[in-house]
Design a protein around this ligand. Structure first.
Ligand SMILES: NC(=O)c1ccc[n+]([C@@H]2O[C@H](COP(=O)([O-])OP(=O)(O)OC[C@H]3O[C@@H](n4cnc5c(N)ncnc54)[C@H](O)[C@@H]3O)[C@@H](O)[C@H]2O)c1
Ligand SMILES: O=c1ccn([C@@H]2O[C@H](COP(=O)(O)OP(=O)(O)O[C@H]3O[C@H](CO)[C@@H](O)[C@H](O)[C@H]3O)[C@@H](O)[C@H]2O)c(=O)[nH]1
Length: 418
């Protein structure tokens, strides 16, 4: 069965959602409030780097995937509306739902026309949000799920840098549903994906997403905590020790070992805000998740820990070359990047001779953080040449082996990568 689908919010998740459905032959309409983003997309340009997604855009733009000016009329002809807008952290760590509410208001007038649609929240939202926040909000503005339309959630598990690959070969599809129509329609929509499909309660759907992200965050903070212990004990080969840990056969048959590896702390758009949101949700409901509290604390402490390591070796007058600016290799996303936090500490401490190089994120980093005192280098050899000391912050493959190629230059490896 081929459906018509509207996707609201065309970032990493929205574009991936839209194009995977287009790839499966559904008719997809995409809308974003960011007009610059819409202009680029209309020209076939993906506003961020994601291997595979760019080619999918070229394949489907103007065919199965169309950018629309008017979200309302797109929703009118759609069977599904996927909400893929941001859910950033509020000051208290809770998820900010305002983008979801705004998106719902955009098409609210259409839902009275007698056609039964499924409104699917794909954005990451803490457990109980659909039932206790989004549905009540809809009711407040005169929208009553049930006969009129269904509401569901469908968390996304993709990793940046691998959006297309992860979405086309998902491990599991989870749908939080409250009625049979939503379950049947979503099951049918996802039937061509050949992926285990789970229809669960609304709260369970949301909860599963946080189970995943908070466990990843916990494993990363665990490894960082242990790396700190190693540093105070001394004479411990941290990278070697973790490699040996991963030889336990219980880690085999997957890539989970890559989540028990120390570094500068987890960054990006998901793990930091989602761990905070789950912690805030637990507290709000009357139970403080103590492990998560410590996971967050350890993570928050990592930039200072790494900056201290750097400042123990480098003098403020040294030319320090920062290798890697994106929040992880394979992506040009610089949201919550460890490099920015470490650079900020170094600048405040008077280390003002900073150079930086990232294979693809120089411009995005400069645009977002606008640190005045950084000199951006166009390639690896030029930063190495101009630096007295190199600091590896993002573990790009391109940096592998630099200690051999540029032997003699001191390198501080904040990712235990070299
Ligand atoms: N990035 C990831 O790896 C990832 C993975 C899984 C889940 N998620 C979750 O998915 C959601 C989206 O994440 P993202 O990384 O794609 O965010 P993003 O910032 O890349 O994209 C969100 C987009 O929504 C648009 N938007 C905001 N309000 C809108 C509205 N009313 N109508 C239409 N568009 C609107 C924004 O302009 C932006 O382009 C978040 O809840 C995030 O936690 C993200
Ligand atoms: O052992 C590790 C693994 C990761 N990181 C860091 O953790 C952050 C997040 O990395 P990763 O999980 O690979 O990136 P994301 O693309 O943010 O993906 C996470 O967040 C997504 C959004 O919710 C989920 O869908 C994914 O399953 C989940 O892996 C990055 O800063 C990494 O450098 C470490 O420090 N040590």
């Amino acid at each position: 069965m081929n459906y018509t689908i509207t996707v609201l919010g065309l970032g990493f998740v929205g574009m991936t959602t839209a194009l995977t459905f287009a790839e499966k032959n559904h008719q997809v309409y995409g809308y974003d409030i960011d007009t610059r983003r819409m202009d680029l997309l209309r020209q076939g340009i993906l506003p961020f780097s994601e291997p595979g997604l760019d080619q999918a855009l070229t394949r489907h733009l103007g065919q199965k995937f169309n950018i629309v000016e008017d979200a309302e009329s797109a929703v009118r002809s759609s069977d599904f509306v996927f909400l893929c807008v941001g859910t950033p952290a509020e000051g208290n760590g809770e998820a900010d739902l305002s983008y979801i509410y705004d998106a719902v208001r955009m098409f609210s007038s259409v839902l009275h026309d007698g056609k039964h649609r499924v409104i699917v929240v794909k954005s990451t939202i803490p457990p109980s949000t659909t039932s206790e926040r989004i549905i009540p909000y809809m009711e407040e503005i005169g929208l009553y799920p049930g006969d009129m339309f269904s509401v569901a959630n469908n968390p996304e598990f993709l990793r940046e840098g691998k959006c297309w690959e992860d979405a086309m070969n998902a491990d599991r599809i989870v749908c939080g549903v409250a009625d049979h129509i939503a379950e049947t329609m979503l099951r049918s929509l996802y039937s061509s994906f050949n992926t285990p499909f789970f229809a669960v309660s609304l709260n369970t759907g949301e909860y599963i997403k946080y189970l995943s992200n908070t466990l990843l965050a916990t494993m990363i903070s665990y490894s960082n905590e242990m790396s700190k212990v190693a540093h105070v004990v001394g004479d411990i080969q941290v990278k070697e020790a973790f490699k040996i840990l991963h030889l336990d056969r219980r880690w085999e048959s997957g890539n989970m070992a890559s989540y028990v590896y120390p570094g500068c702390g987890y960054g990006g758009y998901c793990l930091p805000k989602d761990t905070m949101a789950m912690y805030a949700t637990g507290r709000l409901k009357g139970y403080e998740p103590k492990i998560l509290r410590e996971v967050i604390k350890v993570n928050d402490s990592m930039p200072q820990f790494m900056a201290d390591r750097i400042m123990n070796i480098a003098r403020p007058s040294d030319n320090l070359g920062i290798l890697g600016l994106s929040f992880k290799p394979g992506s040009d996303d610089v949201r919550d990047s460890s490099s920015a936090k470490i650079i900020e500490i170094l600048l405040k401490a008077g280390y003002t001779n900073l150079l930086a190089y990232d294979p693809i994120a120089n411009d995005a980093f400069n645009e977002k953080y606008s640190f005045n005192d950084i000199k951006y280098c166009k390639d690896l050899s030029s930063i190495v040449e101009q630096s007295d000391i190199l600091v590896l912050v993002t573990a790009w493959e391109e940096f592998k082996g630099i200690e051999d190629v540029y032997s003699g230059k001191p390198i501080i490896d904040c990712r235990y990568f070299l």
